[in-house]
Design a protein around this ligand. Sequence first.
Ligand code: SAM
Length: 213
Amino acid sequence: MRIRNKPWADEFFEENNHIILQDPFSYKGNWKEAFTDKKPLHLEIGSGKGQFVAGMAANFPEANFIGIERVKSVMVGALKKVKAAEVSNAVLVNEDAKDLRDMFSESEIDHLYLNFSDPWPKTKHAKRRLTYESFLEQYKEILKDGGKITMKTDNRGLFEYSLASFSQFGMVIEDVTLDLHELEEEKNVMTEYEEKFAEKGQPIYRCIVINIK
Ligand code: SAM
């Protein structure tokens, strides 16, 4: 549901401003302040309706999770999921991920997740892909040396493009799987899109990439 004017969403966000941060840029270099304890920071870009970030926070209490999603009406769903999970190690940010360096200081992030990112298949839209060079430049800076990016997608074209983009950028591909669900990994937390594609029997591609400074 897309609603242009959403005062009810603003109210809902305000009531839950300990989960959905009103001024995320003010936490730069000091993200532990957004959580009850200092733990490794994991960041998901394009969280959608939040199933992954809520599920990861519940399954991995040893880390703190931040989910960024730019569409407000979608973020409402993410806030509901994180609230329902009753976790204290997940917060949400309703912003576009284009200015991550204004939100995180150098090497502040331990792990970054890109789940079912929009593929933008037309070459003229390549700059919008979350694995385009300008995004990788930001990831490289905010991730620790040796920090990781995990990417999952159903889109073969985006997957191949991203593998090339990561390696041209000097990042190290640690692991590639062309059928994640065949591995039956117990700790794989599924996203909404992942469930939808898996139900249709489509393979899920995943890569894990290491950041080298
Ligand atoms: N990750 C979710 C999943 O797997 O179910 C949602 C996938 S959906 C295809 C991609 C999401 O990324 C959309 O909700 C979109 O608004 C968000 N998104 C795309 N580009 C973004 C950006 N630059 N900053 C923040 N969110 C973005």
